[in-house]
Design a protein around this ligand. Structure first.
Ligand code: ADP
Length: 404
């Protein structure tokens, strides 16, 4: 038996497949259905269906395999028997495993059957919500329900970070409308038409006689001085990353107004990444760990400063992605002091050792450094005072509005 952890969106789809919310779908789509959906908005048998609901699986898992699908915490959700492989996708019957649904507002994630039973024979106006309902919409929903002589069912499409806030908004609206609330983990679809069609399908499955699509939320990001921020220094050993990073940290602490977490490359390797080597895999893991901690700090509006070498562009991109996915900002500062200058300084005596062959895989000598082409700041410290280098970064933070 193989184990696999689908991504968050696939897990949400899995829950909807298993609960009956995606009926008549009960499995991830196979190749023929995917093609038919993309071409005609229908399954291969002609049933209207707007969106290819697929599952990616490592390509070495063969047809015939039984795969336990787990959530990121390791809890098993279902067993998939693979009957079809196409590209990196897999399809086949799913067997739900009996397990408690958990997470915030788990008690409100009821199945369509449960909801239909609760609502009975009444006509139902189902409101799918991607954001809170404003006063005008609330009035409109109430008027429509009255006209239809229908009960109101609120379906907050709770997925990801903002899920719990959306369910809270639905509960609040429900108390004014006298509505029933059921949380539905439908990840937003990029194409608004497909998103709307899927919402309609779900509403009908939950027993709606009429569907009301709640308005799309306006996403207004907070002002920069309240948003999380990661300042990420990259550059060769001895280029000045730590010196500048410490200077920026101290300036921020003197200024006040923001909390600061400092993740120095060398310091990180004494605990968070203790034991990791300088192989490509371990370097990448080190950067991912730093990126993970930094994005957790930034998720809560904090400011994290990181100063590892981070020689690989793809891994730096991953960190940027992690940070931006929690709604925070990312500033990449390339400390571009040339190798000759770093080696001339050789503050830690490492270059001499690397040249003597005593340190294998030394960045710039016997290991690559991929210069960033997406740096927000490029600082060559040759002939520049530490104060000036620090001021360059600090001024950037002021002009970006991150510090007031
Ligand atoms: P890294 O963290 O990139 O390995 P360090 O900050 O530990 O580098 O070392 C950089 C060395 O360069 C320090 O000895 C520092 O005093 C010196 N240096 C000279 N000028 C500057 C400058 N303008 N900015 C930062 N460091 C400088």
């Amino acid at each position: 038996m193989t184990d696999w952890t689908p991504d968050a969106r696939e897990l949400a789809d899995l829950e909807l497949l298993l609960s009956g919310a995606y009926a008549p779908l009960t499995e991830f789509l196979g190749a023929a259905d995917v093609e038919a959906v993309i071409e005609r908005g229908r399954l291969a048998d002609g049933t209207p269906w707007p969106d290819p609901i697929t599952l990616a699986l490592p390509e070495d898992v063969p047809v015939g395999a039984r795969v336990t699908l787990r959530d990121p915490e390791g809890a098993s959700v279902a067993v998939l028997t693979v009957t079809e492989r196409f590209g990196h996708h897999a399809a086949g019957p799913l067997e739900a495993l009996d397990r408690p649904i958990f997470g915030p507002f788990a008690r409100l994630r009821r199945t369509p059957a449960e909801v239909r039973k609760e609502v009975g024979d009444r006509d139902v106006l189902a409101v799918t919500m991607r954001g809170p309902l404003d006063a005008a919409t609330l009035d409109d929903v109430a008027a429509t329900a009255e006209e239809l002589e229908a009960g109101v069912l609120l379906l907050p499409l709770a997925f990801g970070e903002d899920g719990p806030a959306l369910v809270r908004a639905a509960l609040k609206a429900a108390s004014t409308l006298g509505a029933v609330v059921t949380a539905v983990p439908l990840a937003p679809r990029e194409d608004p038409e497909i998103d709307l069609e899927l919402r309609e399908h779900l509403a009908l499955n939950y027993g709606a006689t009429e569907h009301y699509a709640g308005p799309a939320p306006l996403k207004i990001p907070g002002p920069p001085h309240r948003r999380g921020l990661v300042v990420f220094f990259t550059g060769l050993s001895g280029s000045g990353k730590s010196t500048i990073a410490r200077g920026v940290r101290d300036a921020l602490l003197e200024h006040g107004g923001r909390t600061v977490t400092y993740l120095d490359g060398d310091v990180v390797r004494t605990l968070l990444s203790k034991g990791l080597t300088f192989s490509r895999d371990d370097r990448d893991l080190n950067i991912r760990r730093i990126g993970f901690v930094a994005s957790e700090v930034a998720r809560h509006g904090g400011l994290a400063i990181c100063a590892p070498i981070a020689p690989y562009a793809a891994t730096r991109d991953e960190v940027r992605e992690m940070v931006e996915s929690v709604g925070a900002d990312f500033v990449l500062a390339h400390v571009a002091t040339p190798l000759e200058e770093c080696e001339r300084r050789d503050r830690k005596g490492l270059y001499a050792k690397a040249r003597a062959g005593l340190i294998p895989e030394f960045t710039g000598i016997s290991d690559p450094y991929e210069e960033p082409d997406d740096a927000d700041l490029v600082i060559d410290t040759t002939g520049v005072s530490v104060e000036r280098a620090v001021a360059t970064v600090y001024n950037h933070l002021i002009s970006g509005g991150w510090i007031r």
